[in-house]
Write a protein that binds this ligand. Structure first.
Ligand SMILES: Nc1ncnc2c1ncn2[C@@H]1O[C@H](COP(=O)(O)OP(=O)(O)OP(=O)(O)O)[C@@H](O)[C@H]1O
Ligand SMILES: [Mg+2]
Length: 255
């Protein structure tokens, strides 16, 4: 895989919108096929991409771990789960979507969880890029669903609480045994009256590269509100233009 990108950040900062814009901008640049992974139990990435969300992987996990599910043990069970994962993929033009579904149940299905992670690693090899849209907060880092990635992009708004969340995410990502090649910060929804001095003062000590800001755009906001996908946005939409510039930066960083 050429590029694997995990998106993190505080709730409502625009992670899903940015993930979907990223898929569009990567595809336009000819970096395809792309695997979009919705790792948020309250998934909306399918809507943002205008595709069916398909069958969540969590269902496979639960079925795979039940006695009447797939074969009891060993290679047969692993293969059955891999087949299920392939069936759970929604295919679209230039990208596929896989949805993780809701989090851990009351019991721990470590074996099947690990298989799922491994299968996703294997699956990732068939793609030129992977975009992982995570749930808000830092759970995904400690649970290690965000594993080895080229880029961890923490999305913030120009607000103190979300900037502080970015700092915590970056800090935790350094403390955990996960491999991240590049840590980057994206300030989303920047308007002419945004308090940029707060952004500067908070992001100074983060030790992560700041990507070009994404402007606050009322068309993007409206699209999100009515459940319209990012492919319906005008070719010259300002937020999309910013995300194209970000894709160029990511490509340069990886060469
Ligand atoms: N650049 C932008 N300009 C205007 N509105 C935006 C922009 N980016 C995101 N939004 C809007 O902000 C809202 C939240 O966006 P989104 O759902 O992508 O956030 P999120 O971080 O994924 O949220 P959650 O934590 O709930 O998963 C949506 O209504 C979306 O349309
Ligand atoms: Mg989201």
């Amino acid at each position: 895989m050429k590029l694997s990108i995990a998106i993190a950040g505080k709730g409502g900062t625009g992670k899903t919108t940015f993930s979907a814009l990223l898929v569009r901008a990567l595809r336009e640049k000819g970096i395809r096929p792309i695997l979009a992974v919705d790792a948020d139990p309250n998934s909306t990435l399918a809507d943002a991409l205008g595709v069916d969300e398909g069958r969540p992987l969590a269902e496979i996990r639960e079925q795979g771990s039940s006695p009447e599910g797939s074969p009891a043990s060993g290679v047969g069970r692993a293969r059955a789960i891999e087949d299920e994962i392939h069936r759970a993929i929604t295919e679209a033009d230039g990208f596929d979507l896989v949805t993780m579904g809701r989090g851990e149940g009351p019991r721990c299905y470590c074996y099947v969880n690990n298989l799922l992670r491994l299968s996703l690693d294997t699956l990732g090899k068939s793609y030129d890029a992977m975009v992982l849209d995570n749930e808000a907060g830092m759970e995904h880092l400690s649970r290690r669903t965000t594993n080895d990635v080229d880029f961890l992009i923490a999305v913030s708004n120009p607000t103190l609480p979300s900037l502080r969340a970015v700092k915590r995410i970056m800090q935790l990502s350094r403390e955990l045994p996960i491999n991240i090649k590049h840590r980057m910060v994206l300030v989303n929804r920047v308007a002419s009256d945004s308090p940029l001095e707060v952004v500067e003062s908070q992001l100074g000590p983060v030790e992560a590269e700041r990507l070009p800001d994404v402007p606050d755009d009322e068309i993007v906001e409206r699209a999100g509100a009515v459940g319209q996908d990012v492919f319906a946005l005008d070719d010259q939409n300002p937020a999309l233009l910013a995300v194209r510039a970000i894709v160029d930066k990511l490509c340069v960083a990886e060469t």
